[in-house]
Design a protein around this ligand. Structure first.
Ligand code: BGC
Length: 526
């Protein structure tokens, strides 16, 4: 999820020239009672102030939807976006079946990827490791020092990826990662005498990769809007190694992991009740620990049946291509069909932070088209795909003011649109519907793993990270409510816990575990 830059020109109060009709209406609104208009700022979740210019005008001359019509609209969207417990249980059953299928053979829609992370960390892993985390929105470089006993220290820098970087030639993307890593090494590790040794690196690459061993991963497909050519089908670890060599970065790529596996392992390092790791961010996915005997598709490796290996589910792909189980609305179908990967990541497209704002925007555009809102206003700004970020839904839901001044601020500042209180209440309710559906579907995914693994009776912790989980108001509570609706009171035995920095710390722990196995002569396969 991205942060809102609320520092626009003139604190958002000045009216842009293209909104001449609004400028005219500013003078009309001056006759309204003082308490119903004004300018100022409201604090946002990101710590920045969001400017607003408030002109309430229920009775102005330009047409606005009435309270009653907004209530009618809301009822329609409620029925589209609400998931009943019964429907959720049906989804869980289909989900569980799909997870089982993925363990049987290669090429299934939900690939259930064996990660070659063997079992839980002992908690006593130590040493300093670099971790590079290529996520959906940012690139993070971390230096993690594991102190043993579940303790660690982390130093990190973050780079925002531009939309162009997500589409450029694959080699350039890995070159960029290598250069960022080099800058980090030069600034933070210059004083270390490495005595010619390369620094061990854990690479968190959060896209579906088929693995033959832990330091290898063939990209199955890009997700989260990435489309860099010449990476799908290739070993991304090898591509990254080539970039590291090209830029003379003194590191050795030890392990390639997914962010969910990192979250699972990092959380277990400090909390032994952890059984599942989930990410609800720009993308969504889960990992858990499976008994090797229950992974028929790797039987040929001859690993001990009673050993354990983490599975990266890649559950974002659930219901892709066939679209049999998930309740897709026409807005979801529109997003899917206009995406760079139509028909793929069907589950993720209903849930993750990359898409929720866009679902909301498509509903708004439909209402603009049928003349229900913003009549007579210039709406071109909001009609551009993906201009409405999921962070705005969070802000609308979290608006503490009675008049919904944050919502005023968002619509005037970013889209030059005026709103009535009835409209704002509707927008907030719509954000809630979309956010709640995402949380309840997320609960279905968790429930499928819980049910498959038989964790319900004893209960377990689910390590969760990602901007949606950590920043969207009420998201964890809605997931918990969803688990209750699926399982009844026993659903309370399943608790999600915020696991920060899993993809960095987890990568370091896994690199440490891998080095220990190497030292014990167990690499690559057990
Ligand atoms: C990717 C997963 C990743 C998830 C969360 C999905 O789009 O396919 O590999 O774990 O996003 O980052």
């Amino acid at each position: 999820m991205t942060t809102i830059d609320g520092s626009g020109p003139g604190s958002g109060v000045s009216t842009p020239p293209f909104l001449s009709s609004i400028s005219r209406r500013t003078s009309i609104s001056l006759s309204l009672p003082a308490s119903r208009r004004g300018s100022g700022t409201v604090p946002t979740m990101t710590g920045k102030d969001l400017p607003f210019h408030h002109r309430t005008h229920e009775d102005e001359e330009l047409p606005h939807a009435t309270k009653k019509t907004m209530a009618d609209h809301l009822r329609k969207y409620e029925s589209l976006f609400t998931l009943t417990p019964q429907r959720m249980r049906m989804i869980v059953d289909a989900f569980e079946e799909t997870l089982d299928k993925g363990l049987q053979k290669e090429g299934e829609v939900v690939p259930m990827i064996p990660t070659f992370v063997f079992g839980w960390p002992r908690g006593s892993e130590t040493g300093s490791y670099l971790a590079l985390d290529l996520g959906g929105t940012n690139l993070r470089v971390c230096l993690v020092t594991l102190a043993g006993g579940g303790k660690f220290e982390i130093t990190q820098t973050k780079y925002r990826l531009s939309e162009e970087q997500k589409q450029e030639e694959g080699e350039l993307l890995f070159d960029f990662c290598a250069k960022c890593l080099k800058t980090f090494v030069d600034s933070y590790l210059a004083d270390f005498d490495l005595q010619g040794a390369a620094i061990p690196l854990g690479f968190t690459f959060s896209y579906p990769c088929e693995q033959e061993r832990i330091d290898h991963g063939r990209l199955i497909r890009w997700t989260k809007g990435f489309g860099n050519p010449n990476v799908e089908g290739y070993d991304v670890a090898a591509m990254f190694r080539a970039s590291l060599a090209k830029h003379n970065v003194p590191v050795e790529l030890v392990s390639l992991i997914n962010d969910t596996t990192g979250t699972l392992i990092a959380s277990q390092y400090v909390n032994p009740r952890t059984r599942i790791g989930v990410i609800f961010g720009t993308g969504c996915n889960a990992a858990y620990m499976e008994r090797i005997g229950n992974i028929p598709k790797i039987k040929h490796l001859g690993l001990p049946d009673d050993g354990e290996m983490a599975i990266n589910c890649e559950w974002g792909a659930f219901d892709s291509f066939t679209h049999e189980h998930l309740p897709r609305t026409k807005y979801d179908i529109d997003i899917d069909q206009t995406s760079n990967k139509p028909d793929e990541q069907a589950f993720e497209k209903l849930i993750s932070g990359r898409y929720l704002g866009e679902i909301f925007r498509l509903v708004i555009c439909e209402m603009i088209d049928d003349g229900s809102i913003f009549l007579g206003q210039n709406t071109y700004k909001i009609e551009k795909p993906y201009v409405l970020e999921t962070a705005f839904l969070s802000l609308m839901e979290a608006d503490p003011t009675e008049e919904l001044l944050t919502v005023v601020g968002i619509f005037t500042h970013f889209y030059g649109l005026e709103t009535t209180l009835a409209e704002r209440q509707f927008f907030r309710a719509l954000a809630k519907l979309i956010g709640t559906r995402a949380a309840r579907l997320s609960a279905c995914g968790i429930a499928a793993i819980v049910s498959k693994m038989g964790y319900l009776e004893q209960g377990c912790d689910v390590a969760a990270d990602g901007s949606l989980y950590s920043k969207y108001p009420g998201f964890p509570d809605r997931v918990h409510q969803g688990l209750f609706d699926i399982f009844g009171p026993k659903g309370n035995n399943i608790r999600t816990v915020h696991a920060e920095d899993g993809s960095g710390v987890g990568s370091a722990i896994i690199a440490a575990m891998t080095n220990e196995r190497r030292a014990a002569g167990l690499f690559p396969h057990c």
